[in-house]
Ligand binder design. Structure first.
Ligand code: DGL
Length: 284
């Protein structure tokens, strides 16, 4: 029997692999919005998270640099016992999914396909807004994916270059005047297009979802790309028979390429609770 790693194995190996961790990475802390959802829907799974906090942002870098960084993030996760990889980063998902960083020996997902599936299901007007980093919007990844699968849906894209910096630096309060001003500037053109769904195409953005929702209005549904990727991961693991059969709560282990203190301080904004689990600094 061939297992997900392509090796000839018996059932025993699959039984072992199902209790391996789910590997998640992002350029920084944004991927924690996926971890929050993973913990909620699969509390018994172990998670290994890598946040490249020393090199964030990825979203304003060239395709070559993003691919190099993403390749190193994946290689880092693969040195651990993992059964699936989630690229919990809209930017990496936009530029790297058709490249060699994704190997077929392990389930792998980015955030785009899960997010557009949820968005296209939710839109009644068939008008969807998509906000993301400059690299994500420039790649046209969401627009292409929607054109391929839902050609009747109109997409209004908008890059929001300052959001990642504001969120990583803790400018996340609903009443923060700086963040509101910036958000109004970015979102007004999308709002004028009369969309009824807005994809938060960068995994950092759900942290300011209250503010984004307030500006867009209550009739606009917000889709978190990270949370949708987490739901997709659950259905993929279920389909492959690789959900953990652990009966106790799983464990989260975090690795970051910069200060662990800074990570723990700000992670609460993404996880909506204090960090549970060990946090290590790692230089790949
Ligand atoms: N969280 C990343 C994303 O989803 C973006 C951050 C960055 O620019 O590095 O696109």
């Amino acid at each position: 029997m061939r297992d997900i790693f392509g090796k000839e194995t018996g059932l025993t190996d699959k039984e072992k692999i199902k209790n391996y961790a789910i590997g998640v990475f992002d350029s920084g802390m944004g991927g924690l919005t996926a971890v929050q959802e993973l913990n909620r829907i699969m509390p018994n799974e172990n998670i290994i998270y890598f946040g490249d906090t020393a090199r964030i942002p990825y979203g304003s870098r060239s395709r070559e640099t993003i691919l190099r960084y993403a390749g190193e993030d994946v290689a880092f996760l693969r040195r651990h016992e993992i059964k699936m990889i989630i690229a919990a980063c809209g930017t990496v998902s936009s530029v790297a999914l058709d490249t060699p960083i994704v190997t077929d020996d392990m389930p792998f997902t980015g955030v785009i396909a899960p997010a557009i599936e949820a968005a296209c299901k939710a839109t009644k007007k068939k008008r969807i807004g998509i906000i993301g980093t400059p690299a994500t919007i420039k790649s046209g990844s969401y627009i292409k994916a929607i054109a391929d699968t839902h050609p009747d849906v109109m997409v209004i894209p908008q890059a929001c270059p300052l959001f990642v910096h504001l969120v990583e630096n803790g400018y996340t309060d609903f009443n923060n005047p700086v963040t509101r001003l910036v958000a109004e500037e970015y979102l007004d053109p999308v709002k004028k297009e009369n969309v009824d769904v807005l994809i938060l195409g960068c995994t950092h953005y759900p942290v300011i979802a209250d503010l984004i929702g307030d500006i867009m209005g209550k009739d606009v549904a917000l889709i978190s790309a990270g949370a949708e990727a987490a739901k997709f991961a659950k259905s993929k693991l279920h389909e492959l028979g690789l959900l953990s059969d652990r009966e106790c709560k799983g464990k989260n282990t975090y690795y970051v390429s910069d200060s662990t203190e800074m990570f723990e301080e700000n992670a609460v904004n993404f996880l909506r609770e204090d960090v549970r689990g060990d946090v290590f600094r790692s230089d790949f």
